[in-house]
Design a binder for this molecule. Structure first.
Ligand SMILES: [Zn+2]
Length: 290
């Protein structure tokens, strides 16, 4: 089990929010052991918003945390970078309602955290070990998890679009696959959907600079970073949503056509008291035998 880790020095990053279109500055500061990741809105330094499932407010096209009417939007790429690099404790102060989207990937956060440096703390992390298989599903979307060492994610997507089609990839998040293979994958959207989202007041900051954008024919935002960038981004989003568990997860995940809402279901199912307390008699015997 690795040691808890924080940032060595404070760092800041600035950019616009994907959904609000507002310019925001996020400042990251080191935090002590067992602190976790905690957000603050600059106007409410007395109101900590922890990066945990209990703070989750909505999963509509992005993951939003909130408390007492103050929200922090689009946290998943930042949390994904933190989880993927094994960063457990830090504070984030934000002077607006949404984390900047930057290039639409987790890479700018990875580079920022690497520039800040990591400081190992003396206490170990307390991994969440899955003791029995668990599955959440909705229609043809599903995510299952079974016991395993480290965190392995196999993700499958299928879109009736020739630039995407069927993509499937397995990544071992705990082995260091994350920074090079997963973090650079950008968010993606369909031009038609973006127009609809704008009518709903979302995607106001979306542009060809911060997303892979597709029209009916193909990709209009330039070359991809990976041929299967789409499925890599889905893995990145899932890692960010799993960060809401508040501790590293150990298990093998298989996700099919899922999204933020189902990612959140999985986190809720894992946190439900029954998931850890209820163990079939056979499994308990096996565990007792060591
Ligand atoms: Zn995303």
């Amino acid at each position: 089990v690795r040691s808890q880790t924080t940032l060595r020095s404070p760092v800041s990053i600035e950019g616009i929010g994907l959904h609000t279109g507002q310019r925001v500055r996020a400042t990251f500061r080191p935090a002590p052991e067992n602190h976790g990741i905690v957000f603050f809105r600059r106007e409410r330094p007395d109101l900590p918003i922890p990066a945990t499932a209990a703070s989750a407010r909505s999963f509509d096209h992005a993951t939003t945390l909130g408390r007492d009417g103050f929200t922090i939007g689009t946290v998943e790429h930042l949390l994904s970078a933190a989880y993927g690099l094994g960063l457990d404790n830090f504070q984030v102060e934000l002077d607006g309602p949404e984390i900047p989207i930057l290039d639409g990937s987790a890479l700018p956060f990875v580079r920022l955290f690497q520039a800040a440096g990591f400081s190992r703390q003396s206490r170990p992390v307390a991994p969440y070990e899955v003791s029995q298989p668990l599955e959440v599903s909705a229609g043809d979307k599903s995510i299952s998890i079974r016991p395993g060492r480290g965190l392995t994610i196999c993700y499958e997507i299928e879109f009736a679009h020739r630039a995407i089609g069927r993509q499937k990839l397995t990544a071992n998040i705990s082995s260091g696959d994350f920074a090079a293979r997963i973090a650079p994958a950008r968010t993606f959207g369909f031009l038609r959907e973006i127009e609809y989202l704008r009518q709903k007041g979302l995607a106001r900051g979306g542009s060809l600079q911060n997303a892979v954008v597709l029209d009916d024919e193909g990709i209009i935002s330039g070359p991809l970073r990976f041929r299967d960038e789409f499925v890599r981004h889905k893995i990145m989003d899932l890692v960010g949503d799993l960060a809401l568990l508040g501790r590293p997860l150990e298990g093998r995940i298989h996700a099919r056509k899922a999204g933020h809402a189902l990612h959140a279901e999985l986190v809720r199912a894992l946190l439900a008291p029954a998931a850890e307390a209820w163990v079939p008699a056979g499994a308990a015997l096996i565990r007792a035998e060591g």
